[in-house]
Design a protein around this ligand. Structure first.
Ligand SMILES: *[C@@H]1O[C@H](CO)[C@@H](O)[C@H](O)[C@H]1NC(C)=O
Ligand SMILES: *[C@@H]1O[C@H](CO)[C@@H](O)[C@H](O)[C@H]1NC(C)=O
Length: 373
């Protein structure tokens, strides 16, 4: 249930174009910058010439296909972690190696780690979680055609990669419990199916999600689990997703937006909406396909989002990206204790990137026409 493909995507993207665009533009920008810096205005004609070339190239790429242009965003710096030289500890991973990934931002301004491959030791987290005798919940909504299309693969790959070696309880929310595939589960892993009402529009499924989660967290799920992840079903696991990702509250950097400057992020801007962020507000753009935390923290998060959505609805409003807009508002007000890099929830449609070393969840290609009624 991922309704946030904000940028139009063309599908005939070739890998070579990507590489070419990256190389050519890296080189051009580098030339231009060093020339401008070294030679100053003396050489303004040459700089101008390069600028024209650059603009023409950009235009060409734009005509050739958006993806190539989009790929340029990797040149927008993410910033560096001021804490990297100090030690940041985490309850599950022990000492984090924030300096191990100088190519990316590894902490937030409020001191939360941003988990990238190489900054944590998965074995330490594994031992810590076993020692704490944790039960980890994973909730997923499989409504309408999303059930047949995505649920089996989501669960099969979760068995292979999600919290392997821990006690796990899956909660599948669906309007058709009988259609949920019965998969063989590993030891100390269980699947529970909860019936939900069928909503007429997919927007309403999204609207109801927070309220349904809130109720579940106050019931059996909340009694059974210590930490819970809430995920969209139209994705599958592709790498180890372990207890290093656990924290009081966990947010996921959106794969499409993690390089973008704050003023470009697709927050809700209508000031009448409960999800609205004013200009200058917002830290990152978080993806609603994955969020998590302790049961208590998630109770508050889901209550806050559900109330915001209800308030908007009584005013005849609907936030731009539905529950994701409200989630972003919540995480602006109450900062997440841990942020997951886009490696944890990656979109293969973006193409390969050097900084994405080890994707753990991959979005399925969007087929809205097929799955949305
Ligand atoms: C670990 O938790 C499970 C279920 O919550 C419980 O049945 C079991 O007794 C616990 N084990 C220990 C050693 O506390
Ligand atoms: C670590 O655990 C302690 C106590 O269990 C808790 O108070 C603290 O908030 C946790 N820290 C993080 C970053 O989750």
């Amino acid at each position: 249930m991922d309704w946030n493909c904000f940028v139009p995507v063309t599908r005939d993207r070739s890998f070579l174009t990507w590489l070419l665009a990256e190389r050519v533009y890296g080189r051009l920008l580098h030339q231009l910058l060093s020339m401008a810096l070294k030679e100053g205005l003396r050489n303004w004609q040459r700089v101008l010439w390069w600028l024209i070339l650059l603009a023409a190239g950009l235009l060409g790429l734009l005509l050739y296909g958006l993806p190539g242009v989009r790929h340029l965003e990797i040149f927008i710096p993410m910033g560096t972690c001021p804490l990297a030289k100090m030690s940041l500890r985490d309850n599950f991973t022990g000492l984090l190696h924030l300096w191990a990934r100088p190519d990316v931002l590894t902490c937030t301004s409020w001191g939360a780690p941003i988990l990238w491959d190489g900054t944590f030791d998965p074995d330490v987290a594994q031992q810590e979680a076993i020692q704490q005798n944790l039960t980890i919940g994973l909730t997923v909504f499989a409504v309408g055609r999303y059930l047949e299309k995505y649920l089996a693969r989501f669960l099969e790959t979760a068995e292979q990669h999600f919290m392997v070696g821990q006690r796990v309880v899956y909660y599948v929310f669906t309007e058709r419990p009988a259609a949920v595939p019965r998969l063989p589960l590993g030891p100390s892993r269980q699947l529970r199916v909860e019936r939900v009402q069928r909503e007429r529009r997919w927007q309403d499924v999204s609207m109801e999600r927070m309220r349904t989660l809130h109720a579940a967290l106050g019931g059996r799920l909340g009694r059974e689990a210590h930490f819970v992840f809430c995920m969209d079903v139209d994705q599958h696991f592709s790498g180890a997703f372990g207890p290093e990702s656990l924290a009081e509250s966990v947010a996921q950097l959106h794969a499409w937006h993690y390089h973008w400057p704050q003023w470009l992020l697709p927050y809700e801007r209508d000031a009448r909406s409960a999800a609205a962020l004013a200009p200058g507000e917002g830290d990152f753009y978080y993806h609603a396909a994955l969020f998590g935390g302790s049961v208590e923290a998630l109770r508050e998060l889901t209550a806050h989002c559900a109330q915001g959505q209800q308030r908007d609805r009584t005013r005849g409003l609907e936030a731009r990206w539905h529950d994701e807009s409200h989630l972003n508002k919540y995480f602006w007000l109450y900062k997440p204790a841990k942020v997951l890099s886009p490696e944890f929830c990656w979109s293969p449609e973006i193409g390969p990137r050097a900084e994405i070393r080890h994707p753990r969840l991959l979005w399925a290609p969007k087929e809205y026409a097929l799955v949305r009624d």
